[in-house]
Design a protein. Structure first.
Length: 191
């Protein structure tokens, strides 16, 4: 196994984890590389295969499960699978970089369990469910039913925050970004 590390950012949908991860990739370009997840959901908007996700059919996804090609995977919503390909982590490590994840809560906990001390798990906490709802509505990417489902899931996910190594409250984005930089920098410097 490599001496490279994994940094896992998890949060309920709309908490700002993607914004934080993108900031960290710009801040630490020599040290971090983003792990692109695989999904069986269709592309949204301008998303690109191999950049936003590896888009697979449900059949392709199930074949990869059978062949044990995923480090972790789950069916997040009926018929919608997400997972982390073993080959993706190996690709990043072979480039001499540390892997950074923007992953849902269950996936994040599974990766932490799998990799232990070489993984840092960070939970991004929304200021409140109400603010989370406003953020999801302002995105204009989800139907009201989808937003309701995400909020219901978020309430359960928030209860798992104490299972992560650290958490960042994302109330003021600039403060959350600075805290994320410090946490990641300290972790990368740890032998």
């Amino acid at each position: 196994m490599s001496t490279s590390k994994l940094i896992i950012f998890s949060a309920p949908s709309g908490s700002g984890k993607t914004t934080i991860v993108r900031h960290l990739l710009k801040k630490f370009p020599q040290q971090l590389e983003f792990s692109i997840s695989a999904t069986s959901r269709p592309k949204r908007g301008l998303e690109e295969n191999g950049k936003d996700y590896y888009y697979l059919s449900i059949e392709e996804f199930k074949q990869k499960i059978e062949h044990k090609e995923f480090l972790e995977w789950e069916e997040v919503y009926a018929g919608t699978h997400y997972g982390t390909l073993r080959s993706e982590v190996e690709r990043i490590w072979s480039n001499g970089k540390n892997v950074i994840f923007d992953i849902d809560v269950e996936g994040g906990l599974n990766l932490k369990k799998l990799f232990g001390e070489i993984a840092l798990s960070v939970f991004v906490m929304p200021p409140s469910i109400k603010i989370l709802e406003e953020r999801l509505n302002s995105r204009s990417t989800d139907s009201p039913e989808s937003i309701a489902r995400r909020l219901e899931k978020a309430e359960k996910e928030i209860k798992t925050a104490d299972l992560f190594d650290v958490f960042i409250l994302n109330e003021v984005l600039e403060e959350a970004l600075l805290k994320a930089e410090k946490i990641v920098s300290d972790f990368l410097l740890k032998p």
